[in-house]
Design a protein around this ligand. Structure first.
Ligand code: ADP
Ligand code: ADP
Ligand code: MG
Length: 454
């Protein structure tokens, strides 16, 4: 298969990232955009751009028909979905393939299997990978949910089978809460994800979020080691690192082997990420879910392994066998990513769209800034608030922290409020510096009012 013209079915920084990878492979790019993104950086950088509808995502970036018709009109031969929007929509992947185009991602059937978190847990169990203790199937009836919860012990999480982006998860501390919240969770899941399926998982209270990057070509799977994403707010990642700073070498090996075993068992094709919770007191890790797409935090892996993951994804989609053998992939140094969101940390992280008037992007050794920003650009209010990712690399974690502090100081996005000040406070925090964190660390830290006034 050849790919000469790639349609980018996403927006923001990841669209820019994909355009760059495509251009380096000699592939022309077609950027689709909503009316709110007519002046976006991705539109400016792509070879060609096609408007697909009004600002509301449901009528543009989620409009399968409009995207496929843009592909047809421009003679695209492949589609990259980025992350978010249609990236994990099996119907979209199928429609792309039915139209005769290449989908830069896994087979539609794989997306469908892993998009259902219960099926994903079953696949993990079959591959011999531990999952978080919980229900084995959907828990549509509150009585059986209570029986399972009493068996594994409260508190439990009620999760949406089709959930994602940190949404659709609730805590139930006892039987009464579970009976009250389960039907509510199901109704909300149906509204948000089009599927009311829920299930129960034991709450792991002081866990770290550790995930493994894999690449597969449908035959062979390799891992590119792990990332730690324990600093989260509302179950959304805020700060990510590679490798996981405190992970013992034998656990790292076991975790990466488990990820490969699972991905190999379904003959995974493309880039993917297997997410785990890791309990550093017991050394146990539990599979959470697999994301069948490129992830926001992929650059930290790129910096410590030297692999261009987006480029590899496109090569695999072209039908090329994996060029990498496991023995060729090694870790060097340490990388940290800070998500810069257009939000006001001093005001409950309220989204803060607007016009960027002045802009200074950090640079120098070991600094990368993946962004959709340029001076004078508009950040529309309709989408995710991620506007840039500051990623630093250095030969050790300690020096990467110094470099991060330096680079954050250079970053200047004027005209809109951003989460830069949050990261500046975090980089100086003793627990963060010592990697003494867990998935609820940041929320507890924010409750203690650690944030300096801006
Ligand atoms: P990653 O695991 O790559 O960090 P996230 O879980 O943060 O990914 O999601 C990536 C992006 O996709 C986010 O910007 C988020 O808003 C969006 N996203 C992911 N899943 C969903 C979903 N089910 N509904 C809405 N948005 C989603
Ligand atoms: P999503 O699809 O929304 O990304 P995940 O299952 O990946 O959902 O969970 C997102 C985050 O929620 C995790 O990184 C973790 O912080 C928290 N979480 C999920 N499951 C559990 C659990 N069983 N115990 C404790 N925290 C959890
Ligand atoms: Mg997740």
């Amino acid at each position: 298969m050849t790919i000469d013209r790639l349609l980018v079915a996403s927006r923001g920084e990841i669209a820019v990232r994909i355009i760059r990878a495509a251009r380096e492979l000699g592939i022309r790019t077609i950027q689709v955009y909503s009316q709110a993104d007519a002046d976006s950086l991705a539109v400016r950088l792509a070879d060609q751009a096609v408007e697909i509808g009004p600002p509301a995502a449901a009528r543009s970036y989620l409009n399968i028909e409009a995207i496929l018709s843009a592909a047809q009109k421009t003679g695209a031969d492949a589609v990259h979905p980025g992350y978010g929007f249609l990236a994990e929509n099996a119907d979209f992947a199928e429609a792309v393939e039915t139209t005769g185009l290449v989908f830069v991602g896994p087979a539609p059937a794989t997306i469908r299997l892993l998009g259902d978190k219960i099926t994903a847990r079953e696949i993990a169990a079959k591959a011999g990978v531990a999952t978080v203790p919980g229900s084995t199937g959907r828990m549509d009836d509150p009585q059986s949910a209570c029986a399972v919860a009493e068996d594994i012990g409260f508190p439990v999480l009620i999760k949406a089978t089709a959930g994602g982006g940190g949404r659709g998860i609730r805590i139930a501390n006892d039987r009464t809460e579970l009976e009250r919240l389960a039907p509510q969770a199901s109704t909300e899941a149906r509204a948000a994800f089009g599927d009311g399926g829920i299930y129960i998982e034991k709450l792991i209270p002081r866990a770290r979020h550790i995930e493994v990057q894999v690449l597969g070509d449908g035959q062979r799977v390799v891992h590119c080691f792990e990332r730690e994403c324990s600093l989260q707010r509302r179950r959304q990642k805020v700060w990510e690192e590679a490798p996981a700073a405190t992970l013992p070498e034998d656990v790292r090996q076991k975790l990466c082997d488990a990820a490969v075993a699972l991905a190999q068992s379904i003959r995974y094709r493309s880039a993917g990420t297997l997410e785990f919770l890791y309990d550093d007191e017991t050394g146990d890790f539990y599979f959470l879910e697999m994301n069948t797409r490129i992830q926001v935090e992929h650059p930290v892996t790129e910096l410590v392994t030297g692999i261009d993951l987006v480029r590899e994804m496109i090569r695999i989609a072209r039908g090329e066998p994996l060029r990498l053998r496991q023995g060729d992939i090694s870790l060097a140094g340490h990388a940290i990513e800070c998500r810069i969101n257009a939000e006001d940390p001093a005001n409950g992280f309220m989204p803060a769209p607007g016009v960027v008037d002045d802009l200074i992007i950090p640079g120098g050794p070991g600094v990368r800034f993946d962004t959709m920003l340029y001076p004078g650009c508009t950040i529309p209010p309709f989408y995710d608030s991620l506007i840039g990712k500051l990623i630093v690399w250095d030969d050790s974690r300690a020096s990467a922290l110094h470099r991060l502090e330096r680079a954050l100081g250079e970053l200047d996005v004027s005209g809109v409020k951003t989460t830069k000040s949050l990261h500046q406070a975090l980089v100086l925090d003793d627990d963060v510096r010592n990697a003494n964190v867990h998935t609820r660390f940041l929320e507890q830290w924010l409750e203690r009012d650690r944030l300096p006034p801006t």
